[in-house]
Design a protein around this ligand. Structure first.
Ligand SMILES: [Zn+2]
Length: 59
């Protein structure tokens, strides 16, 4: 087990009993129990989608 990088291990290991608590209003993916997400103006936005809204100010 020690030769598997943490990131791959987490990705492979989807919690089987995690419940969908809500759905992302942008991509429609389920938001699972214990997962962090954003609630902005009554919209649920998952961590993947919030990155799409992040911008770096540049001229
Ligand atoms: Zn999303």
């Amino acid at each position: 087990m020690s030769n598997i990088p943490d990131c791959c291990y987490d990705y492979r290991y989807e919690q089987p009993q995690a419940q969908i608590v809500d759905t992302c209003d942008i991509c429609g993916e389920g938001i699972y129990e214990g997962e962090e997400y954003y609630n902005i103006c009554e919209m649920n936005i998952c961590e993947d989608c919030i990155l799409d809204f992040k911008k770096t100010a540049e001229i």
